[in-house]
Design a protein around this ligand. Sequence first.
Ligand code: PEP
Length: 252
Amino acid sequence: MSERTPYLAANWKMQKTVEETEDFLDRFLGNIGDLQDTDIAICPPFTSLVAAVERCRRSPVRIAAQNMHEADSGAFTGEISASMLTSIGVEAVVLGHSERRAIFAETDEALALKVVAALRADLQPILCVGESLEERSDGVTEDVLRRQLEAALEQVEASQLGSIVIAYEPVWAIGTGKTASPEQAEEAIGFARSVVAEKDSESAARIRILYGGSVKPDNAEELLRREEIDGALVGGASLDPADFLAICEAGS
Ligand code: PEP
């Protein structure tokens, strides 16, 4: 059992209105009393952030955004900055999700700037990395993880590395129902940790590295009991309060 505090994050993507967010939180928060020493983050869409922060104010749950721009302000129509997020009480931000990389052409270079901007604003980055099915079949999973991690963390001071959360999310497992086996997930996460260790071994021992990709209540426990897997980033199954609670319980 590692000494790292488990971290469970719910990525709602473009789902839930303000009313649905409040309804989820009313049901979820009422049942988390038994979860000890577990960090929980809910990542609703931008429009629900204020309501979610308000609902979670006296709870241990932190609210995270799903993206941000690297600049603090400026002529970037449709974008949101780190300081705008912290000003409403948001504490973390998902960066580099594979949907943003694939659909919105987010680059490793832009991500490197976003990670530094988030840390500067005291916003915890939840940095997503992971290989496609083709890359796994070609046997280049480790090359992809190394490239993504080295690029995104290039400008991060060693002293700040430990406060980042990394999510290993194989693209072929996201939203497909095809979960990585605990062995595959642990191997990739162990490798990701070794890449962080090349920058700073103490931070590598502290940094939380999550698994994401079709985590459900019925497969969470076998994944989350693995020594290297510090938690989960959950998409589809996090939309239902009972399912997400069951996953949090499996990880706590
Ligand atoms: C995700 O979107 O980060 C994710 C892991 O989704 P799902 O759990 O639905 O595969």
